[in-house]
Design a protein around this ligand. Structure first.
Ligand SMILES: [Mg+2]
Length: 275
């Protein structure tokens, strides 16, 4: 370490990222909630940034806890190459040349059916044991996981309630991750990082572990930590500081602006490096 503290190695201002580092970037991976969005909406500047990145031949891939139903729409209509959804349970990619959707799941269909039944039981237990928690409004569009709402459509719950929800998932043998609005739980050894590695390898012939420099990932919360890890170009939008104490690890860089405005700031930094 040589006396280099955490504060010096992480969460440096994005404006300090070198031109050389920005010029190497070819893949832009991004969380959606509170990273592309701001206060629950997708601002025009964030969508414009996605479109400009794609026009400049960056490979743009949203990586989210959001459900399969949303991801079908995103893969088909947004200016992106693919989308990883439900915390790494699958990627969807619209093959424009063949005019068909490619859907690749981590677990096979038989296993997903069994897991669905076990998650339904967990949902009943959480709603009984944690007052104020609810099954997320987007649950009906999910294929593989259970999302518990703790502050999207319900009155915000405190950290003790969130910890209780996580404990119920873990006691049932599930993995649980806390996003800025939901606690997501699932069975299986996948996460956002592992599915991103599979997608980059299988579709784009890129080995993330061996060659992380061409990849930027931008996020905002603890459930993004698997993708902050080991990426020299990991970025948090400004509101990532709300979770500064619980990020393990934190991102290397942080934007000055929050949510989608921070994403637009990152896009500008990458696009201007190509001029
Ligand atoms: Mg988020």
């Amino acid at each position: 370490m040589g006396g280099t503290g955490v504060a010096e190695r992480f969460l440096r201002p994005l404006a300090d990222m070198s031109l050389a580092a920005r010029r190497q970037v070819r893949f832009v991976l991004c969380d959606i909630d509170d990273t592309l969005t701001l206060e629950g909406r997708l601002p025009a500047c964030a969508y414009t940034a996605l479109e400009q990145l794609r026009q400049a031949k960056f490979t743009v891939i949203p990586v989210t806890g959001r459900p399969a139903g949303w991801c079908d729409h995103i893969a088909r209509m947004w200016p992106v190459e693919a989308v990883v959804g439900e915390n790494g349970a699958f990627y969807f990619r619209h093959d424009d040349a063949r005019r068909r959707m490619v859907r690749e799941y981590w677990n096979d269909a038989f296993r997903r059916g069994d897991e669905r039944r076990r998650l339904d039981e967990i949902a009943i237990e959480v709603c009984r044991e944690v007052p104020g928690a609810a099954v997320a409004a987007d649950q009906g569009f999910r294929h593989t996981d259970l999302a518990i709402d703790y502050r999207e459509d319900v009155a915000p719950l405190g950290p003790e309630a969130v910890a209780r929800i996580v404990a119920i998932f873990e006691a049932a043998g599930a993995t649980a991750k806390v996003s800025s609005i939901h606690v997501n739980g699932w069975f299986g050894d996948h996460d956002k990082r592992r599915m991103v590695e599979r997608l980059l390898r299988d579709v784009f012939a890129h080995d993330l572990a061996a060659d992380p420099d061409p990849v930027v990932f931008v996020g905002d919360s603890p459930n993004d930590a698997p993708l902050f890890a080991g990426l020299p170009n990991s970025v948090g939008v400004a509101n990532v500081m709300d979770f500064a104490d619980t990020l393990d690890p934190p991102p290397a860089w942080v934007t000055s602006r929050p949510g989608g405005h921070g994403f637009a700031e990152l896009a500008e930094a990458l696009l201007s490096a190509r001029d």
